[in-house]
Design a protein around this ligand. Structure first.
Ligand SMILES: Nc1ncnc2c1ncn2[C@@H]1O[C@H](COP(=O)(O)OP(=O)(O)OP(=O)(O)O)[C@@H](O)[C@H]1O
Ligand SMILES: [Mg+2]
Length: 276
């Protein structure tokens, strides 16, 4: 991790920057139970987890182990059945719907496996959507959307619709949309799951850039090569954390590393990205 004095100033315009080494996610003994008629599905069985600002965390585990459920709780898309969750010190169970939506819009960017872009809508308008919900004026929205597209190397694709973009480009539009409100926390659920390995490596390279700029990243993946790009890997099994360990430097298998580095040099994620 980078030095403690550094803050995510380059990625935060609206909310005050989060100092590194402060907790951004504090989850204590969280459970999630789905009631399916007679049957109770215990998707989370007492998860306790702290993520510090600026960390890059991977969550791995078998299908059905509770990864997406945990991400939905972290992302304020779903509420726990019991337990507490504080995001940047704010206990979320106390908040009403509007405050929650506002907090989510301000603090969190989401990236999904299937991009979740709107059909027949050009890239710039996709990226503007969160700004519309935040009440930003249309001129300002346009400017900020183009900046976000620039940041993911797609400024020249602003007028392209999803069916006029490659899979990797679509995911980068989704990443621009996730970044446009300058969130502190980026959540990605299988972000490379629908991409080939080269395009996936480009997305991972972009994540690395964002991490360097101070963003906190939590990435769900079943792919250990993706997980090994993070600083810390949390393994979840049957709704419980069974392992939580740092990633050792050089843990990536050599072949994978070479492929990602090669792809990285082909991606334009300029170091100018995020500069005011
Ligand atoms: N809305 C829901 N209603 C009922 N049960 C659910 C719901 N969402 C998830 N579950 C159940 O909760 C458990 C955890 O699901 P979850 O989607 O979190 O798994 P996952 O680890 O993300 O799996 P995958 O790797 O396949 O995406 C599963 O047994 C699932 O069937
Ligand atoms: Mg899932």
């Amino acid at each position: 991790m980078n030095d403690g004095a550094q803050v995510g100033a380059s990625v935060t315009a609206d909310s005050p920057p989060v100092a590194r080494r402060e907790p951004i996610i504090e989850i204590e003994n969280v459970t999630k139970v789905y009631q399916m008629g007679e049957v109770e599905v215990r998707a989370l069985r007492g998860v306790t987890l702290t993520v510090m600002a600026g960390e890059y965390v991977a969550i791995v585990g078998a299908s059905g182990s509770g990864k997406s459920t945990l991400m939905n709780v972290i992302g304020l898309l779903d509420s726990p059945t019991s337990g507490t969750y504080r995001i940047r010190g704010t206990e979320v169970s106390q908040l009403g719907k509007n405050r929650l939506a506002d907090l989510r819009n301000r603090e969190i960017g989401f990236i999904f496996q299937r991009f979740n872009l709107l059909a027949r809508t050009p890239a710039r308008q996709q990226v503007e959507l969160p700004l519309f919900y935040a009440g930003v004026s249309s001129g300002e929205s346009r400017k900020r959307a183009l900046e976000a597209l620039e940041r993911v190397g797609l400024r020249d694709r602003a007028h392209h619709r999803p069916d006029e973009l490659s899979g990797g480009q679509q995911q980068r539009v989704a990443i621009a949309r996730a970044l446009v409100n300058h969130p502190h926390l980026l959540l990605a659920d299988e972000p490379t799951g629908a991409l080939d390995s080269k395009t996936g490596a480009e997305v991972l390279e972009l994540f690395e850039e964002l991490h360097q700029q101070g963003l906190t990243l939590v990435v769900v993946t079943h792919d250990l090569n993706v997980a090994n790009r993070a600083e810390r890997i949390i393994t979840i099994s049957d709704g419980e954390i069974v392992e939580d360990r740092p990633v050792q430097q050089g843990e990536q298998p050599a072949g994978v590393l070479t492929a990602s580095v090669a792809a990285a040099s082909a991606v334009r994620v300029g170091s100018e990205a995020g500069q005011p």
